[in-house]
Design a protein around this ligand. Sequence first.
Ligand code: ADE
Ligand code: ZN
Length: 359
Amino acid sequence: RRGKRIGAEFPVMDEEERRDRLSRPMDEEQLDRIMRLPKVELHLHHEGAAPPAFIKGLAKEKSVNLNGVFKPDGSYAFRDFVHFLSVYEAATSVLKTPEDYARLTKAVLEESAANDVIYSETFLSPDFCGGSDVGAWREYLHAIKDAANEAERDHGIILRGIVTCIRHFGPEKAKASALCAAETAGDWIVGFGIAGDEMKGKPKDFAYSFDMAREAGLRLTAHAGEWGGAQSVRDAVDDLKVERIGHGVHAINDLALVDKLVENEITLEVCPGSNVNLEVYPSLADHPIEKLRQRGVKVTVSTDDPPFFHTTMRDEYINLARTFRWDEDVFAELNDTAARAAFCDEDTRTRVLKRLERT
Ligand code: ADE
Ligand code: ZN
């Protein structure tokens, strides 16, 4: 333990210091510099990043009825998280071919690059890409990779994929996804994960799939502690042996777990705007990202499903800077943490770290 930043030994900023920091005026030029920083994003759902106009256009081309998916103003319509998942799946139903996914990839990466993202990891679900048939999945993947290579050439953004099973589809479907992942593991498909309804089933139910992915050389992450409590994060760490957690914010309710995350150097893929939009927390000021960071947890910032939650990476940075008075040093540390926790190979990591170097 010596030399490690363990939470219990790590003083949380006292209330007076916090108030003093928040009372200082925010420098607009500094905010502008922060907004334009090069960014690393580790937690982005491919379909969840689809602009609503893109999905609406595809639905029209294919004569798919998407009644109830959009609000009158054109944005996605959902009442709560479970409804969000069903609207997400309805929107995804118009993505029917590898070519549709290639077009989606282009649209997503253009938007990410416009937000100064230089490296991104995206969650891809074979359930949506060919129904978890390995042959069909390979075709989808081929189309997505081609589009990503084009975006890298045109916009300099690097993309890598994390195959993701869907918790509420159950452990058997997850095994089929894990097989797709294992068959295509390499320098582009670099990880395996789980998303979906955290209140359905237990991490242990998915251990077989995570073991298969690990044995294929994939790095592991799991959504946990978004809707579930600290125990859900503990179970994901213990039963799935993941090195990153998607969200993980409810770990803050168990300081022994926070210490364990610090000790085991587990990185949290925190999505503050998503959490506020879905009312996991009433406001960004109530969000625990700053407390987790101050206790020494490796935190990173992502958008999750940006158009659904009316956010972008630039918005996230501006809102965090304003709310917690984070300066360039804090954001530089976040991006360094993200680059080091990325699942890409070492050559790619070196390239990303080089681009993060400050001039
Ligand atoms: N799938 C897409 N977004 C998600 C989220 N925020 N939580 C769980 N599953 C998801
Ligand atoms: Zn997510």
